[in-house]
Structure formats: structure tokens, C-alpha cells
Design a protein around this ligand. Structure first.
Ligand code: NAG
Ligand code: NAG
Ligand code: NAG
Length: 429
């Protein structure tokens, strides 16, 4: 099997634009969750009035203003999720130093970027306009802005990449599936280089209404937004909706070596599974995530004892965090595993950036890669009291402060509505 490595990273997150800025602020215990109550009267009546928003402002301050990052034409053609994907892709490609011009290289480079929901804003506005004014009110750009695979489409058009052009939409597992599937495309020889990740931007009253109706959101911290997302904490009570994009450049090992590329990590394994249980609720025993992690380690030919760090999916919901904790402990303290729970290092970066839905898996994969690269475990914010004793939260959850640790092998977990679970295994080269 061909080996696949990560050679470039790009981020647009609630902590800012750019990998270095986001990572520095994450380690510095900053939180990107704010109140959105004053955005409009629709937001002000929702049960959850907090969100992890990409900060608006000047480019030189690492903030978002579409006109600083995109031409007016591109801004018009692309919905916000695709704009974020484009900016993250640009950073990842610059970071990788991959700017091919030769036909062979362009044909060997592909794009795999998904989104969980896509542009709800466009659907909503167009539906309302159509209801009032009919056919003439529908923009010719409506469908190209709406379609989820257009993020990948725009990236391939801008750079002339002629390899695979693909998009997954598997709810909150999208970003992880994109990186995992793109890795497989390189292993199988469909491409030598893949630009892969997820993007999301749907902080819309309609989306928040839907998640609130499904009882998924944190609703008790509307006046203390930075405390709302508290993975593994006793008082956790739902996730916080977020937006952004994470994109990596994946490359076949020999290809990366031959051009002297900087290598962050190897994508050593990728596991997929299904809860086969419920639309939105996890199985309490965490059997789905257990299988996903187990398969990722099997592909990597690594034992559970070799895992130094897990970036958990843990969204700050009572059931989800407990089920994942159970799955991690079953695997890492089971056969071929570690001897004590205190040796299991887990953190959830959602305390700082909320839940980026379709972008979560790829943004968190980048945090996992940086943990390996910098030997630093990013903290779980707002973890004041680990879940109640019955839940058995006795691992190291990197509460509130980053930790220096030698990390050689790390897992990044992502789970989504529909019962889909995925785990990526990264290792140092
Ligand atoms: C949808 O309409 C709102 C309200 O007029 C506006 O602020 C927003 O920019 C529109 N979004 C899109 C994608 O057209
Ligand atoms: C973290 O991981 C290392 C390496 O596996 C382990 O030695 C350590 O005990 C773990 N836990 C803590 C709290 O450092
Ligand atoms: C696996 O996927 C399901 C999909 O609904 C998700 O809700 C759940 O959190 C995941 N399983 C567990 C036990 O975490």
C-alpha cells in the first residue's frame, strides 16, 4: 500500500484565520464562542443564543472580511462555506509549497472537500423570494452556490487540478471522511496529491431552530458564551454550533520526499463504522466509535497501547461524551492496551471552537497533527468537574491547560447524525 503523508495545513476557525493564529490562541486557552442574540430579532428568540463564529474584521488581524480574501466575482459565485474552503485551501497549498504548472502534476492532483449542511442561507432567501415573486426572483447563481460539491469544484478550477473532484456529506463526520477517503484515493493510485477537508457555515436561525428542536444545543449559557461548550464536564448540556473550514494537503510519501516537502505526519490509519442504532442518539456503550478506532489502529498496524493522544469528537452532550469516553477506555485499556486510565490522554477542542459540524473532523484532524508535530496536547476548556463518578471519567482530559507530551501516535474521532463514526490515525514519520 502506498504511504500517505500530510504536507500542508489550512484553517478558518472561530479563533481566527490561519493555522498559526488558531493554534496559538487554542493553546492560550482562548474561546471563540460569542453571543449572537443581537444579530437579529430571529436569533434573539432562540433557546440557544451562542455560536462559534469566524471573527469579522481586518485581514492583518487574522479576521474575516470576504473582500480581503476573494475577488468580487468569487465572492458572488461562492456561498460562505465555499469561501472558507477556498481560503483554507490556499493556506494549505502555500504551506505545502505545491503550485504545479506541468500537465502531469495537475492531473495527479485532486480535491475532496465536503460540507454537512451547505448554504442554508441561500436556500432560505431563495425560497422566501420565490414564494413572493416566483421564477424571476431566482438567481442564476442559486444552484452553483447551493451545491455542496462546489467548494471542491471552485478549488479545482482556480488551480487547474484535474485529478479526482469529490465531496462527502456525512453530517458531522464529513471532514474526517474527506481526509480518510482522499487518503484511500492516493493509496489506490487515483492521485498523488489531494487537497482534502470540510467546510461549514450555517449559523442561521433555521439551523439553530432545528438543532434546538432535536435537543442537541447548549441553552443555559446565553449570558456566558465562553462557558457554554464544556466537553466531559459534569455540567455539559449540549453543543454550540460553529463555522469554519479545515483543509490539508495529502501526498504520497515518495512524491513528498522527491520534492523535499516538509512532512507533518503520516496518515497511518482510517476506520469507519456505524452505530446502526438511532438517527441522532449514540449507543451508550459507544460500540460504533470503538469499532472505528479499532479499525484505524488495525490499518496502522498499531496496538492500543501505542496511542499517545486522542482528539475526541466529544461535543459537550451528556450522552455523546459519556459513550465516547466508554469506547476509548474499552479500547485503550483493553487487549494490547495501557494499564491505567491516567495514561490515556484525551482532549476535546470543542470547548474553544464549538462544533463545526461538517468542518469539525478536518479542523480537529489538523489540531491532532499539530499535537504530534509540536508535542503539545491542546486543552479541553471549561472542564471544571469531570462527569459524575458513574460515568467513570478518570482519564487525563487535558483540563483547561495545554500539556507538553511526546506524541508519536494520535487518533482524531468524528461522529455524525445517522450513526456514522470515523477515526483517523496519524503518526510521526
Ligand atoms: C439573505 O438575506 C439576508 C437578509 O436580507 C441577508 O442579510 C443575507 O446576506 C442573505 N444571504 C444570502 C446568501 O443571500
Ligand atoms: C499521557 O500519555 C503518556 C504517554 O502515553 C503517559 O505516560 C501519561 O501517563 C499520560 N497521562 C498523563 C496524565 O500524563
Ligand atoms: C456515532 O454516531 C452517532 C450518530 O448519531 C453519534 O450520534 C454518536 O455520537 C456516535 N456514537 C457515539 C457512541 O458517540
Amino acid at each position: 500500500m502506498r504511504k500517505v503523508v500530510v504536507t500542508g495545513l489550512g484553517l478558518v476557525t472561530p479563533l481566527g484565520i490561519g493555522v498559526r493564529r488558531t493554534w496559538r490562541r487554542l493553546l492560550d486557552r482562548q474561546c471563540g464562542i460569542i453571543s449572537i442574540k443581537d444579530r437579529s430579532s430571529e436569533f434573539a428568540v432562540l433557546p440557544s443564543q451562542v455560536a462559534a463564529v469566524v471573527p469579522e474584521g481586518k485581514k492583518e488581524n487574522g479576521m474575516w472580511s470576504a473582500k480581503d480574501w476573494l475577488s468580487p466575482g468569487d465572492e458572488r459565485k461562492m456561498a460562505l462555506f465555499a469561501q472558507y474552503a477556498m481560503v483554507a485551501s490556499e493556506e494549505a497549498l502555500d504551506d505545502a509549497g505545491w503550485a504545479p504548472k506541468k500537465e502531469d502534476d495537475l492531473e495527479a492532483t485532486g480535491v475532496y472537500i465536503g460540507s454537512g449542511i451547505g448554504s442554508l442561507d441561500d436556500v432560505y432567501n431563495t425560497t422566501v423570494a420565490y414564494e413572493k415573486g416566483g421564477y424571476k426572483k431566482v438567481s442564476p447563481l442559486f444552484l452553483p452556490r447551493l451545491l455542496i460539491n462546489l467548494a471542491a469544484g471552485h478549488v479545482s478550477m482556480r488551480y487547474g487540478f484535474k485529478g479526482p473532484n469529490h465531496a462527502a456529506t456525512t453530517a458531522c463526520t464529513t471532514g474526517a471522511h474527506s481526509i480518510g477517503d482522499a487518503t484511500r484515493l492516493i493509496q489506490f493510485g487515483d492521485a498523488d496529491v489531494m487537497i482534502a477537508g470540510g467546510a461549514e457555515s450555517c449559523i442561521h436561525p433555521l439551523a439553530i431552530s432545528g438543532f434546538a428542536r432535536a435537543r442537541s444545543l447548549a441553552t443555559s449559557w446565553n449570558d456566558a458564551p465562553s462557558e457554554a461548550s464544556r466537553p466531559f464536564d459534569r455540567d455539559r448540556a449540549g453543543f454550540v454550533i460553529g463555522e469554519g473550514a479545515g483543509v490539508v494537503v495529502l501526498e504520497e510519501l515518495e512524491h513528498a520526499k522527491s520534492r523535499g516537502a516538509k512532512i507533518y505526519a503520516e496518515v497511518a490509519g482510517y476506520g469507519l463504522s456505524s452505530d446502526a442504532y438511532h438517527m441522532t442518539a449514540p449507543r451508550a456503550d459507544g460500540h460504533g466509535p470503538f469499532l472505528a478506532m479499532k479499525h484505524a489502529l488495525r490499518h496502522a498496524s498499531l496496538s492500543p497501547s501505542s496511542v499517545d493522544y486522542i482528539n475526541a469528537h466529544a461535543t459537550s452532550t451528556p450522552l455523546g461524551d459519556a459513550a465516547e469516553n466508554r469506547a476509548i477506555k474499552d479500547l485503550l485499556l483493553g487487549e494490547g492496551g495501557k494499564t491505567r486510565a491516567s495514561e490515556v490522554n484525551i482532549s476535546s477542542t470543542k470547548g474553544a471552537i464549538g462544533h463545526l459540524l461538517g468542518a469539525a473532523g478536518s479542523v480537529e484532524a489538523i489540531f491532532t497533527i499539530l499535537a504530534l508535530h509540536d508535542n503539545t496536547l491542546p486543552p479541553t476548556l471549561n472542564l471544571c468537574n469531570p462527569g459524575d463518578p458513574a460515568e467513570d471519567f478518570n482519564c487525563n482530559y487535558v483540563a483547561n491547560t495545554a500539556q507538553q507530551k511526546d506524541v508519536k501516535v494520535a487518533l482524531s474521532n468524528s461522529f455524525g447524525f445517522g450513526g456514522t463514526n470515523a477515526s483517523l490515525c496519524f503518526s510521526k514519520m
